[in-house]
Structures are given as C-alpha cells and as structure tokens.
Design a protein. Structure first.
Length: 280
C-alpha cells in the first residue's frame, strides 16, 4: 500500500505538472496515506469544504482580506479549536495532515496548509513563507502590500519586527531576519519542507524504515537531487539493504563526481561490494 501511495504522490507532483496546479491538499493527504493506508482523502476534503462554507457565511464583503482572515481565524481557532502543538512539537502526527485535522494540533507548516486551503476556497489567495524555523503565510492586497499571517499562533498578523522576535525565540539572537527570510515558496518547496520535517523526526529516533519512505517521496518531487539520493543510500545501508545502497551511492557519484565527499563514498562502495561478494 505504501508503494501505491508513493506512486500516487509522484503523479501529483510530476515535473510535467505546473507548480500552481499541484493539488496541495491531496498531495499532503497522500503523504499521510504512506503511514495511514486506510485514510479516505475525500473525507478530509469534505471537511475542508465545510470549514470554507462557514467562513464564507461570515464574510460580508467577498474579497475583503481583513474580513476573510478574521472569519478563517474564528472558524479554525475559536470554533474548531485548532492550535499549534507546543507541548509535543516533534510528534510526527503534527506533520500528517489527516492527524492534524483529526486532533486539531499541528506545527506551523501543516496549520498553514489547512489555512491556505480554506483561504483558497473563499477567494483569499495565500502563499507559503519559508521563514527559518517557523513557516508563515503571506497575502498581498490590491496595492501589493503584504500581510504576514502566523497560523501556528491563531492567525495573528505579524510585522517584520514580530518575525525577528519569532526568530529570537527559536534561535536566540544568532539569526537575523534577511531580505530572503520572508520570501514565498512554491508548492513543491512547501511539500519538501513538510517531508524533511518528517524525515528528520524519524532519523532522530533511528526509525530508518519510515525515514526511507519519506525520502522516496522527496525523490518523487526532485528525482535528480544528489543529496537525497545519498540520504536514501545511507538509509538502505542502515537497514542492511546493501544492493540498494550500492545502487544509490553509485548514482550519487554519477550525479556529483566532484562532491567533497566523493572519495569517501567511493571507499564505501568498495566496502559494500566486498560485503556482497562475501555473501555469495
């Protein structure tokens, strides 16, 4: 079932699909299906649609961004009780969209995705903002001015000074807000960030099998990413899947023959070949 979900995800993010045409909600729920195979995508789609109906009913003037944001905040955070999971931030359920919608707890990027999808349904275009350590949303008004929204903190509007304070809370005074810190990201980049969050969680607890499935999803987005091919090789190796590890390490060397670690990787491939020969 996991392989089927990976194939479905690959079809959604196929390079031939224009980024803005990627179905972000379906893609995120398909990621979740790799771990929750009985998940019914349409059940969650209907739930988002119902949220949007309630939001739309609370907006007196369609197209008024302030009204739309206030209505989304009311429905999601007051009536439904969505919240950032500050108590158990690294629980992987915070990164699986079905669990976020069921438990009403998430991390910045998954709550942002819910917020974006409701916004899209009520005519409020929103864009992901990949600020380091804290994903945000941005809306541009008719004059091109940006409104920065923090779904992890109940949809509050932020200034750039507020964003610097968020960075200070995460990193101390070590990270300064740069011009590119509040740049918008596309859908593939947003999905990749979600996947990297999950991969890091699973690697940190040495759950290499689940991490491997996540890297397969990343490679469905960027099949020629040398670093991700190398990461998959390492995971195969740690799982004792030496033939697959060797293939990925060799592919990495073909992609990045001048990489700083190329000589080390060549030594690893020699050792794997010896191990495989000894097994035969």
């Amino acid at each position: 079932m996991r392989s089927q979900a990976i194939e479905e995800f690959a079809a959604i993010v196929n390079p031939k699909v224009e980024d803005e045409r990627i179905d972000l909600l379906r893609a995120a729920l398909t990621i979740a299906r790799t771990h929750y195979p009985d998940l019914e995508i349409e059940t969650y789609t209907r739930r988002l649609n119902q949220f949007a109906v309630r939001v739309r009913a609370a907006i007196a003037e369609v197209g008024d961004a302030a009204q739309s944001i206030a209505a989304i905040n009311q429905v999601l955070f007051v009536e439904e009780g969505f919240a950032g999971n500050k108590e158990d931030y690294y629980d992987p359920r915070n990164s699986f969209l079905n669990q976020v919608l069921d438990r009403k707890l998430g991390i910045p990027i998954t709550l942002a995705l819910v917020y974006m999808e409701v916004g899209r349904r009520v005519g409020l275009p929103l864009f992901g903002v990949g600020m380091p350590g804290h994903f945000l949303l941005k809306h541009y008004d008719s004059d091109g001015r940006a409104m920065i929204i923090d779904p992890f903190n109940r949809g509050v509007l932020l200034t750039e000074q507020d964003c610097q304070r968020r960075l200070n809370q995460i990193y101390g005074a070590q990270v300064t807000l740069q011009p590119g810190s509040l740049a918008t990201v596309n859908r593939r980049q947003m999905l990749t960030r979600m996947l990297n969050n999950l991969k890091n969680i699973f690697v940190s607890v040495r759950d290499f099998r689940r991490a491997l499935g996540i890297v397969d999803l990343v490679l469905a987005i960027y099949p020629r990413s040398p670093e991700d091919v190398k990461q998959r090789a390492v995971l195969h190796y740690n799982l004792g899947q030496l033939s697959r590890a060797l293939q990925d390490f060799e592919d990495y060397l073909k992609m990045s023959p001048e990489a700083s670690d190329a000589d080390d990787i060549r030594q690893v491939t020699v050792a794997i070949r010896r191990n495989l020969a000894a097994m035969n």
